[in-house]
Design a protein around this ligand. Sequence first.
Ligand code: HEM
Length: 504
Amino acid sequence: MEVALSPVREVLLWGLSWLCLYIASRYVLSKSKKLPPGPSGWPVLGCLPLLGSMPHVALTNLSKKYGPILYLKLGTSNMVVANTPAAAKAFLKTLDINFSNRPGNAGATYLAYNSQDMVWAPYGGRWKMLRKVCNLHMLGGKALDDWQPAREAEMGHMLRSILARSRSGQTVNIPELLNLLAANVFGQIILSKRVFESEGEDANEFKEMVVELMTTAGYFNIGDHIPSIAWMDLQGIQRGMKKLHKRFDEMLTRMIAEHQAAAKKRAAPDFLDIVMSQRDNCDGQGGRLSDVHIKSLLLNLFTAGTDTSSSVIEWTLAELIQNPKLLKQAHLEMDKVVGRDRRLKESDIPKLPYLIAICKEGFRKHPSTPLSLPRVSSEPCQVGGYYVPKGTRLMVNIWGIGRDPEIWDKPLEFNPNRFVGSKIDPRGNDFQLIPFGAGRRICAGTRMGITMVEYNLGSLIHAFNWEMPPGKESLNMDESFGLALQKKEPLVAKATPRLALHLY
Ligand code: HEM
């Protein structure tokens, strides 16, 4: 038997059903649009003040409280931070294409010729063209092999320089020499010349400029996150960048002009010759490189490769000096495999598993770029059950992942043995160790970076015994934050030769 409802009750029932439906749909929608957890921060500035002077440490601590994927409001912009291997994999592998762009920022505008370079280029044709050119002629496997004599020759200069200091009773400033070495290796490959003949004012000025570039580009600039007040340049970052850019631009313009003037003297074409000769069709598909593209590419190659590779070597050597037992073990392996009647060669490295383990441990504990380089989402997406809006910046906490006790046993201990016999590799597939990032925008110089770290550190270990400077009992291992993580106090050490003098 049907019960007839009064018209008023019928309307009420309808209204109630619609209300339930509305609430349920809002609930489902809000569930699917649930942002990852994170602190609420301050009015206007959001979480910017929480980052402090060591953002990689602050973000690691926040992730302990909020979880592996952090969401932070920074001014008017949004940022997610991946703090575990699974989170890094979700962003850099599963959602790689969505996060293949880099966000606009003052560094890209004022230092990198308004993103005309490769590092800050939007994901697209020009970026692909620049990567292809670099791969083919400088950073890919075949090109890397072709330039091996340049690396060996520069190593000779560095070893002799250390020997001279050692014989005159002086200590060695490691980062100074490593930067000189890296800059000259790039100079030989790109311009067929050593850009700095010896250590001294010019080389030190270049190193200071690179460090300044890496440091300022790593700052959280208020103007990047609150664009409406960027013109005020509250931290003075943009002013400093413009000044620094002028110095780099003058240096690069001079380098290119000198290179052109010396064209007839070159026996074989170098990287710049090849790029210049192919600039009108450098990717085989009609892609053209302007003068600014070429200058900004050189800027990338000279800066992205010097400080990054030398800082991880400096940190790792400092760890070995603090742990003489580990250094001794490395020496034993060198003596067994290479011997002491010749210098180390790059071809020895695959036979030196302990050296390789030392380098991996260096990459784990002291990754050169602690928060990688920022990416930005092109579309909204879902990650780990959370909603990430379009235009959200992504930082991957490489430093925090390398020191996570859930992943690594006693992570603060420098213990290369954890990598002996391990298949974990730093080339972007094992997300617990990603010093070069991962995915489409993985470091363009990954192969070269690994070669430089293994060969340069291996040569320093093979050719010398290393100790603290006289009178010192421990080294200051404090960090100084930037795009690349500097050692606050440069490593200065005492070197004693291990080879016959004529071998240097
Ligand atoms: C130990 C040495 C190095 C380390 C640890 C390192 C680390 C990194 C990292 C983490 C990124 C960001 C990757 C991402 O977004 O996922 C990057 C990008 C880049 N690196 Fe390196 N790097 C090193 C050496 C080099 C060298 C030797 C070069 C070239 C001479 C180089 C050139 C670049 C360039 C051009 C990019 C931007 C790639 C792009 O956006 O497509 N790096 N590097």
